[in-house]
Design a binder for this molecule. Structure first.
Ligand code: ADP
Ligand code: ADP
Ligand code: ZN
Length: 214
């Protein structure tokens, strides 16, 4: 099964993608996580991507598309994957479509996790991320067992620099301009499904499972 997560920054794509990956035994592929691990390791790609990420802008397609294509050619992706944070532009979606159709493959579902902008700023202010394993928490809605410490790996949790309110506002406007058109794009191909992302995160997941089939 090949799944794309759509939705605003902070809509809960990563949270749901991790649960889907676990449920169906497919990898969770997050372009944001791949960029952050490149930044942490000090690679050339990480250095270039950081300039854009810090501004709340998108990393150019020229850097992003190749990186994602390499990732989904890995052996672990042969039975499918859940893409979180890709595609974010129409050219990214087109590149993905072409790469898949060359192999006679296609996307099965594009899940739009719908949350209004008013809710997003709050969510992001409370988001805490594990810089080591990529797990995410929320101070109120999804707290870690020990405050400030990752349940999964024991590393320290941080507030991402790009989750500060000014950058979040910029990211939301980028989302409306460049990413939201993908909802119509996937609507036309007949793979779009919609879930109400303002519900409790377990309820959102239950809705997703009922669409994908258990
Ligand atoms: P969030 O989960 O809050 O939506 P991500 O972790 O997916 O954020 O992405 C963080 C940042 O990484 C984005 O704001 C953007 O700068 C960059 N990024 C991630 N994925 C892409 C992509 N597909 N195209 C361009 N930039 C991306
Ligand atoms: P995205 O990957 O779309 O940027 P995340 O999955 O990282 O979003 O979620 C953003 C923040 O909101 C995190 O702090 C997460 O714990 C929290 N969150 C996710 N889903 C919900 C939900 N249904 N209700 C409340 N908070 C949520
Ligand atoms: Zn961790």
């Amino acid at each position: 099964m090949k799944i794309i997560m759509l939705g605003a920054p902070g809509a809960g794509k990563g949270t749901q993608a991790k649960k889907i990956a676990e449920q169906y035994g497919i990898p969770h592929v997050s372009t944001g996580d791949i960029f952050r691990s490149n930044i942490k390791e000090g690679t050339e790609l990480g250095r270039k991507a950081k300039e854009y990420i810090d501004q709340g802008a998108l990393v150019p397609d020229g850097l992003t598309i190749g990186m994602l294509m390499d990732r989904i050619q890995n052996e672990d992706c042969k039975n499918g994957y859940v893409l979180d944070g890709f595609p974010r532009t129409i050219p990214q979606a087109e590149s993905l479509k072409e790469a898949l159709s060359e192999r006679g493959q296609k996307i099965d579902f594009a899940i739009d996790v719908d949350v209004a902008d008013e809710n997003i700023i709050n969510r992001m202010a409370g988001r805490r991320a594990c810089i080591s394993c990529g797990a995410t928490y929320h101070l109120v809605y999804n707290p870690s067992k020990v405050p400030g410490i990752c349940d999964v790996c024991g590393a320290e949790l941080i507030l991402r620099d790009d989750d500060k309110p000014e950058t979040v506002k910029k990211r939301l406007s980028v989302y409306h301009d460049q990413t939201k058109p993908l909802i119509e794009y996937y609507g036309k191909t007949g793979v779009l499904v919609n879930v109400d992302g303002t519900q409790d995160l377990n309820k959102v997941f239950a809705d997703i499972i009922s669409i994908l089939g258990a």
